[in-house]
Design a protein. Structure first.
Length: 182
């Protein structure tokens, strides 16, 4: 009985974990381009096109307690995983670079001068892949659990939690942006 209650509590927060991953990825990509002035390549733009609306869809879905959230969030997350993996393999030079049409080649690696040694495998597309994977796993868990509805007494708390997550992460990245510019 106790294990089932714990599993139910974990399932209840999977959408919030997915939202947190999507918001951090969205703010992180904006931080890279707007604060650090890293110009996104064409494949980065495709990943942004998939991640930015995902953050909004998850927030609205949680607030509305939409039990079908996984039906439209999961395809975006899985597609984002595929694009991120393809991009990551290009940065690692496992796949030949694509003919990017933008000002920046898709094989560019902004993080190599920063992350060396055991963390040298971490690249920007890897970060995007991890975020999309977290969202996909959390939404799949929610779907496999039967998309349980939030009990009425917890619905208000769920909405407040979603709003706190969104506002908190955005404020954190704004603060980081201000600190970098000082």
């Amino acid at each position: 009985m106790e294990a089932s209650g714990t599993l139910d509590r974990i399932t209840a927060v999977t959408r919030h974990i997915a939202l947190l991953a999507a918001i951090i990825a969205t703010c992180g990509s904006l931080y890279f381009s707007q604060v650090l002035n890293w110009i996104p390549c064409e494949l980065c733009w495709y990943q942004r096109i998939l991640m930015y609306p995902l953050a909004l869809i998850l927030a609205v879905g949680i607030i509305r307690d939409d039990r079908g959230l996984h039906l439209y969030g999961l395809p975006l997350a899985l597609t984002g995983m595929a694009v991120s993996l393809y991009h990551y393999l290009q940065v690692l030079k496992i796949l030949p670079p694509s003919a990017c049409q933008g000002a920046v080649p898709c094989s560019i690696d902004y993080l190599t001068p920063i992350l060396t040694g055991p963390l040298s495998f971490v690249k920007v597309p890897f970060l995007a892949f991890v975020a999309f994977a977290i969202v996909a796993v959390m939404l799949a868990n929610y779907a496999l659990a039967g998309a349980p509805a939030t009990p009425p007494q917890q619905r208000r708390q769920s909405t407040v939690t979603a709003l706190v997550v969104v506002v908190g992460v955005i404020l954190l990245f704004l603060l980081l942006g201000l600190l970098v510019r000082l």
